[in-house]
Design a protein around this ligand. Sequence first.
Ligand code: F6R
Length: 242
Amino acid sequence: MAIKIFRDYERLSQEAADEIISLVKHKPRAVLCLATGDTPRLAYEILVEKANAEKVDFSAVTFIALDEWVGIPPDNAGSCFFFLHNNIFKPLGIQAEQTHLFDALSNDLPSECAKMDFVIHKKGGIDLILVGVGMNGHVGFNEPGVAAALKTHVAELDATTQLVGQKYFNQSTALKLGITLGLDHFMQSRKALMLASGKKKAEVMRLALEGPVTTAVPASIIRKHPDGTVMLDEDAASLLKA
Ligand code: F6R
């Protein structure tokens, strides 16, 4: 695992965008799994701008969802679906056939999970997974204490996630369950990027990078990833010893 520290959020975002673009240039049929949330927002803005300016061909890329809030419809601005469509798919002209997202309204969530596992397998695995880190150390909706061997599953969201998650919604929203790729998918992805920005992430990143590798802090598992890179701005790195 490598740790890269950037002076600020802009530089970190630039580098994350460049990583995605260079992979797609090198492997036009790449399979990408990109987190939603505040952390990668600027990276995606830069990605779209650069990809369009440089005419990078995304037409053969496959996009796999990392997670979704169960019960939240796709037209809700707080859904991961809405985020991906508005920040990545629409501006890059990605076709529906290229995307594999969760139906969070399904009344058969186990089959949603199985479908996602099947798609990932059929596509030959994920080339690049980009994740953020929750205030409780979660990755996707792999909450503290999750079993590392899990693939796609439905997770009970812990109290921190239910509370922090409110920031994505226009009104107070019940967030009890999430559907998510598992840590097994994260570890099997050929390349993993983990982004964290801001002072508020400093403590959890200290735990993830300097505490024990444990699913009590799911983000710590990146230390065992053969091609994992943690990208931090100086604020998020401010409590690291090294
Ligand atoms: C979102 C996701 C979450 C977020 C994490 C950090 O798809 O998987 O795990 O990455 O909660 O969220 P932000 O970036 O908003 O601090």
